[in-house]
Ligand binder design. Sequence first.
Ligand SMILES: CC(C)(COP(=O)(O)OP(=O)(O)OC[C@H]1O[C@@H](n2cnc3c(N)ncnc32)[C@H](O)[C@@H]1OP(=O)(O)O)[C@@H](O)C(=O)NCCC(=O)NCCS
Length: 168
Amino acid sequence: MKLVEAQTDDLCRIVDIVNEAYRGTGWTSEAELISGPRVDLQTLQEIAGGGSTTVFAAKDENIGLLGCVSLSPGDDSQWYLSMLAVNPAIQAGGTGKAIMAAAESYAREHGATAIKISVIQQRDSLIAWYERRGYRKTGAVLPFPYDDPSVGIPLRDDLALLTLTKPL
Ligand SMILES: CC(C)(COP(=O)(O)OP(=O)(O)OC[C@H]1O[C@@H](n2cnc3c(N)ncnc32)[C@H](O)[C@@H]1OP(=O)(O)O)[C@@H](O)C(=O)NCCC(=O)NCCS
């Protein structure tokens, strides 16, 4: 697996993988919490095409696109990691761990001293997965963006976002 900056040609497939992974059948799917797509092509093009966020594609020379992740530098050398996703067809085979390790290396090499992530507080198995990677809850609990239709359709009224961090 190699983690490279996503090219324009990768974005359609990345949209599919993100939506399948977050809202489909993977072992950490959030489909019971939120319905609808996690991202659409136009939004992903805007994220990848401007600003400071970099969208990365995880590629295998035989299989092709395995997954993705995005990184955004922060003001205080704490970078924000988001949109981590692995094609559900190959999940639980070590790809997610490999993407995280490569993303952390990239961030460290470019000046980050810590990574920050946000996770919906009800996603216990995903939070445990991050904790096994060295991430710790900061205690911060942010409101879920119920007024933002672009995140999908929330299926319960008690969603909230936990912040986790890991020093690099
Ligand atoms: C989270 C995600 C990236 C993990 O990628 P992955 O390739 O499935 O995970 P890996 O194979 O690298 O890691 C497997 C680990 O999870 C464990 N695991 C696998 N299946 C599991 C299951 N059904 N229940 C609990 N743990 C499981 C494995 O035992 C292994 O444990 P370890 O951490 O002790 O080694 C992937 O599941 C995904 O795309 N999820 C949907 C998108 C998402 O939620 N992104 C994060 C948003 S904040």
